[in-house]
Design a protein around this ligand. Structure first.
Ligand code: FAD
Length: 490
């Protein structure tokens, strides 16, 4: 197993471990290790625990909330856990370090007619990281978040014990679960149920499966080394469209009708970019075509069809819906051919990439600038209200910003783009106000990125002191000295 010790050695030889897509600065650690199998991970974690060394778990480092960045102690990285195979039941067993890109490529070669639905946009994210954050993405509108596709996990617990869990075998009953390795765990009772799309705090439902406690636990309850993942049957056609309404009213009208369209449209993804995003893309042109000049919003839609007739129906219905909401079908892009679909996918990916690039540029002059993106979600029928509130918070503070996201899930990312230190302070306040607005509307402060180190404080916006204490109790039942995920204590 590769390992490095000494703070200076890590800083010199493993700079990649000290940065992720949050652009948070100040990460450091005294040691790092890259186990190549579960046994090596057990050995490293047992040793670290015996010596009281805090451990930060690192995956693909595409996280936006800074959860994988160490604050001292050691880092254990999943990047050498690359085993992948098809199981007899058709599921896939993947090492935690397999990237989403590698997983998709394996599935397309070895599981004809099937695909892995979670698509968190950034394909260099790892299987372990996407499980630890319960990552979502565009297709979650139809297929749900990562959680739904995890059938089993191998986890090295803090202390070094190995836990293998399969979905369906150990359940919480009335918030209590007793397990031979973990003992008795009790979930706190909550003032209100967690929203359906939520990545803030541990997953806590009265009668849930034990495996769901670990999914979304952001590296605080153990090191995931391997996962058994379910696949979904591939539909015959997938259609990707980018529609460019010229007026905000047309966008919201079209959005509302698509949100409730149901079958036979079978919408997989319903995404949005606002006028600020389109201007931003125009002012940061890459190799992609620019959005039409008069476009005020962009609605990105992905739908699927099981037959030629179904496809024809969808295309006709979409045409009618576009016309009814005054959104011209002529300016729309996309279709079902791979090249048309790739164009839309690249266009969608270009925006968060350009945002991250812009932050990196600002950091040259102001190194403490980092990503300021909201991740809140509300009931989808209230998205327009949440969007308007988020936007006015950013406008009042005079900040440059863009707002985009997973509209169909009531989930948007309002990204402030501070250009100097004073704007950075304003951006920080804006993010907190936007998160608080989501909670006030019955939603969550984080729907997919998790809280990491950057937003841990937002827990208090969403949960009571008792609820937070209850989460700490669960954590201490598994990790009495809180050695895993240092800096992620509430
Ligand atoms: C351009 C761009 C677009 C993005 N779009 C989306 C999106 O649409 N949806 C979405 O959900 N996310 C999105 N993300 C965020 C990111 O890709 C996800 O959060 C992803 O799940 C992180 O995976 P990772 O392997 O990079 O994890 P890391 O960043 O390495 O770690 C994230 C967290 O998981 C923990 N962790 C990592 N591996 C393990 C493990 N093996 N065991 C236990 N804990 C572990 C870490 O400690 C940390 O707390 C985007 C990121 C970028 C850069």
């Amino acid at each position: 197993m590769r390992s490095v010790t000494g703070r200076e050695n890590v800083s010199e030889m493993c700079t990649d471990l000290l940065q992720d897509e949050s652009n948070l600065s100040g990460a450091w650690c005294e040691a790092a290790a890259w186990p190549e199998n579960t046994n090596e991970a057990v050995e490293y974690i047992s040793d670290s625990s015996r010596n009281g060394i805090p451990l930060t778990v690192s995956g693909g480092l595409t996280g936006i909330a800074g959860g994988a960045l160490p604050e001292g102690g050691a880092v254990i990285s999943s990047s050498a856990l690359k085993d992948i195979r098809r199981l007899d039941n058709g599921n896939i067993s993947a090492g935690a370090g397999v990237t989403i890109e590698e997983l998709n490529s394996f599935v397309s070669k070895n599981s004809e007619g099937f695909f892995y639905p979670p698509d968190p946009t950034e394909e260099t994210a790892s299987v372990g990281g996407t499980i630890a954050t319960d990552a979502s993405g565009a297709d979650s509108f139809l297929y749900g978040a990562t959680r739904k596709w995890v059938a089993g996990l191998q986890i090295v617990l803090p202390g070094g014990k190995l836990l293998s869990i399969k979905r369906g075998l150990h359940m919480f009953k009335n918030r209590i679960c007793t397990h031979p390795v973990l003992g008795t765990l009790q979930l706190p009772s909550l003032r209100r149920e967690q929203p359906p799309k939520n990545a803030a705090g541990y997953h806590m439902r009265g009668d849930m499966d034990l495996i769901d406690l670990f999914i979304g636990s952001e590296g605080t309850l153990g090191f995931i080394t391997e996962a058994e993942l379910k696949l979904a049957p591939e539909p015959q056609y997938v259609i990707d469209l980018a529609v460019f309404p010229e007026k905000a009213e047309s966008f919201w009208e079209l959005f509302a009708s698509l949100l409730h369209a149901g079958e036979p449209l079978r919408i997989r993804a319903l995404e949005m970019m606002d006028d600020r995003c389109l201007d931003f893309l125009r002012s940061h042109p890459g190799e992609l075509p620019l959005p039409p000049v008069n476009a005020a919003f962009c609605l990105l839609l992905r739908a699927e069809a099981d037959s030629d007739e179904h496809l024809e129906n969808i295309l006709v219905t979409l045409d009618e819906m576009l016309i009814a909401s005054n959104s011209s079908p002529e300016t729309a892009w996309g279709g079902f051919e791979p090249s048309e679909r790739k164009r839309i996918k690249d266009f969608r990916h270009a925006l968060p990439e350009a945002v991250n690039h812009c932050i990196t540029e600002s950091r040259r002059e102001y190194p403490s600038i980092h990503k300021f993106g909201s991740d809140g979600a509300v009931e989808p029928s209230r998205l327009e209200e949440y969007y308007v509130r988020s936007r006015s918070i950013l406008e009042e503070k005079g900040l440059p910003f863009v707002i985009f996201g997973h509209a169909g899930d009531g989930h948007i990312h309002a990204n402030a783009l501070p250009e100097n230190s004073s704007q950075m302070l304003l951006a920080d306040c804006a993010m907190r106000e936007i998160a608080a607005a989501a909670v006030e509307m019955g939603g969550t402060v984080s729907a997919e990125h998790g809280l990491g180190k950057m937003k841990l404080d937002y827990l208090k916006l969403m949960y009571s002191e008792n609820e937070i204490r209850g989460m700490e109790t669960i954590r201490r039942a598994i990790d009495p000295d809180c050695l895993m995920g240092p800096g992620l204590e509430s």
